[in-house]
Design a protein. Structure first.
Length: 224
């Protein structure tokens, strides 16, 4: 009888865990950025890294004077697809290897990197592919984004991933900020070519809400 109670207690606990994580998944949402009131930054957010203060032991944010550089690959063009395979794909495959000890942010970055490679590799042909945008620092790729154009005038940021090394807690040797700078770069090029807005899917709700994005569910007809 005692064993039976333990077994059903375990099932009950497992059910609660499933319900909890299901609620987290349902909290994910599409976000929309409307260019109607867009005020582009004069410069993209600068690179930064952390160093340890020798007197306090705390991490101190250090802003770099130089900046990220950006590049776009239109995968519908054979030449750009070949450049992506030579210049970007190897980096994504490297990022796919999870860093130990496992941490949530770096682990998510590795999963997204591997998923992006499989998504592009598995595309049926050039016409079904989108654009890859990258941010580099000192000739190293620090962030990659994949954009599709399913709806005219509303590009969709399918994936935005930064180097897992830069996402580690307490890291001091890796440059950070590439993801934010790459997002700013994308908003500028989309705005300059006359798009109405941008769509993305993310679980980092507050990050985007703080930067002028809106939940698509709150925007009537945003992507129609």
């Amino acid at each position: 009888m005692k064993v039976k109670n333990i077994f059903f207690g375990f099932l009950k606990a497992l059910l609660l865990v499933v319900i909890f994580y299901s609620s987290l998944l349902s909290a994910e949402d599409y976000f929309f950025f409307d260019f109607q009131n867009y005020q582009p930054l004069a410069n993209s957010p600068p690179p930064y890294f952390f160093q340890i203060d020798s007197t306090t032991g705390n991490l101190v944010k250090i802003i770099k004077e130089d900046s990220f550089r950006f590049k776009t690959y239109n995968l519908r063009l054979k030449a750009d697809l070949e450049l992506y395979n030579a210049e970007v794909r190897p980096t994504l495959l490297k990022w796919e290897i999870k860093i130990r000890p496992f941490e949530e942010e770096s682990n998510s970055s590795s999963l997204l990197s591997g998923g992006l490679v499989k998504k592009i590799d598995g595309a049926s042909g050039g016409d079904s592919l989108g654009e890859v945008h990258i941010a580099t620092y000192e000739d190293r790729i620090e962030a990659v984004s994949y954009v599709t154009n399913k709806v005219p005038g509303v590009p969709e940021i399918d994936t935005l991933v930064a180097s897992p090394e830069g996402m580690r807690v307490g890291q001091t040797g890796s440059v950070k900020g590439a993801g934010s700078s790459l997002l700013d770069y994308e908003l500028k090029i989309f705005n300059n070519r006359g798009d109405r807005g941008v769509r993305l899917y993310s679980i980092r709700d507050q990050y985007y809400l703080d930067r002028g994005w809106q939940r698509e569910s709150d925007v009537q007809g945003a992507c129609r």
